[in-house]
Write a protein that binds this ligand. Structure first.
Ligand SMILES: *Cc1c(COP(=O)(O)O)cnc(C)c1O
Length: 378
């Protein structure tokens, strides 16, 4: 089955009781058993739920994996991956990382004896140098937030293999429509389902996908034991959102490209970070591992002035000033004062998060209105 067909049909079967074509919201905590030990595969909703099952199967199919597990948030999915490790185990992670991922690594898991190394993965050799005999996991995010860096998944997968470590890729920005890390050699894929997969800014959820039974067993063991499950109503909303993932992503890519090219040609704009542009540092790797370049764009203003950037993000009318991304509506953010405000100025500027950096999540509105808005604000 091809992607658009899988998005609509994978994991989803008509309800056996009524024939309802849409998977019902099984809003139940428990299931009646015919006799002791005699049940229909469902005993208690922390452990299994039919609405959640349908979504997990759907996501597994979209990522070309075999098993999916969904959690109460993207962070809860990350929590599950790190809980597979033991004190003394080491993790090599992308330095240009989603802030919440950095926070759970540093403030939660470091105190349980897990060691984290943050390296610039644009150069695979930096990852290689950080690996030692205790390395159990390589954690990569590509494209990254907010610098839209691209990391070579295949190269990391071969490093992971050589060093007996697992590779997990946070595929939130690309979505399975644009990139499938498992096909490139990753062991696991993680998603903040909150973003493009849900797609309508109405759910917080996370997911893990793998093709390996031994990893899936760990996902389900930890999902059930730690309990950060996704509820049936949220699973229903995401199942509905995913039915149009391929349509939305086509439009995000199309609008993204037009906005990136417009910004690149505007006299007040300095740098534009979008992997589809030839000027992007890792455009060649992006072309190899992605089928499209998405709707996430960062850019800086000439003069690199904080006031100019703050004026700009407040002068746009259609782009909504908000954290998050990946919904149908266009959002705008100012990393230096919003998502990355906690990082010292010098540290953030080293990775490119300067005062005039602005991040766009280009939505699927009419492109003429988006361009008009950006033009008037510039
Ligand atoms: C939002 C996000 C997360 C965290 O997911 P939540 O659903 O907010 O818990 C992790 N990684 C990336 C890249 C994200 O954008």
């Amino acid at each position: 089955m091809k992607f658009g067909t899988k998005a609509i049909h994978a994991g989803v079967n008509p309800d056996p009781a009524t024939g309802a074509i849409m998977t019902p919201i099984y809003q139940t905590s428990t299931y009646i058993q015919d006799g002791v030990g005699n049940h229909k595969g469902y005993q208690y909703s922390r452990t299994q739920n039919p609405t959640r099952d349908a979504l997990q199967k759907n996501l597994a199919a979209l990522e070309n994996g075999k098993f999916g597990a969904v959690f109460a948030s993207g962070i809860a999915a990350i929590d599950c991956v790190i809980k597979m490790l033991k004190p003394g185990d080491e993790v090599v992670a992308t330095n240009d990382l989603y802030g919440g991922s950095y926070r759970i690594f540093k403030t939660i898991f470091e105190q349980y004896g897990i060691v984290f190394h943050f390296v610039d993965m644009k150069n695979t050799s930096a990852a290689q140098n950080a690996i030692n005999e205790n390395t159990r996991l390589i954690w990569a995010e590509t494209p990254t937030n907010p610098m839209i860096n691209i990391i070579d998944i295949k190269a990391l997968a071969s490093l992971a293999k050589d060093s007996n470590a697992m590779l997990c890729v946070d595929n939130t920005f690309a979505t399975p429509y644009l990139q499938n890390p498992l096909d490139l050699g990753a062991d696991m894929v993680m998603h903040s389902v909150t973003k493009y997969l849900g797609g309508h800014s109405d759910v917080v959820m996370g997911a893990l996908i793998t093709a390996k039974k031994e990893l899936a067993d760990e996902f389900y063991r930890i999902q059930n034991s730690s309990g950060a499950i996704a509820g049936p109503m949220d699973c229903f909303l995401v199942l509905r959102g995913i039915k149009t993932l391929h349509l939305r992503m086509e439009k995000h890519c199309e609008n993204g490209e037009i906005v990136a090219r417009f910004l690149e040609s505007h006299p007040k704009v300095d740098k534009v970070y979008w992997p589809g542009l030839k000027s992007h540092a890792n455009h060649d790797i992006a072309k190899e591992q992605m089928r499209g370049f998405g709707g996430m764009i960062s850019f800086t203003l000439k003069g690199n002035n904080l006031e100019d950037a703050l004026n700009f993000v407040q002068n746009v009318k259609l782009f909504a000033l908000a954290e998050s991304l990946g919904g149908v509506e266009s959002l705008i953010g100012h990393p230096a004062t919003m998502t990355h405000a906690a990082i010292p100025k010098e540290t953030r500027e080293k990775s490119g998060v300067v005062d005039s950096l602005i991040r766009l999540s280009v939505g699927v509105e009419d492109i003429d209105d988006l361009l008009k808005d950006l033009k008037q604000a510039l």
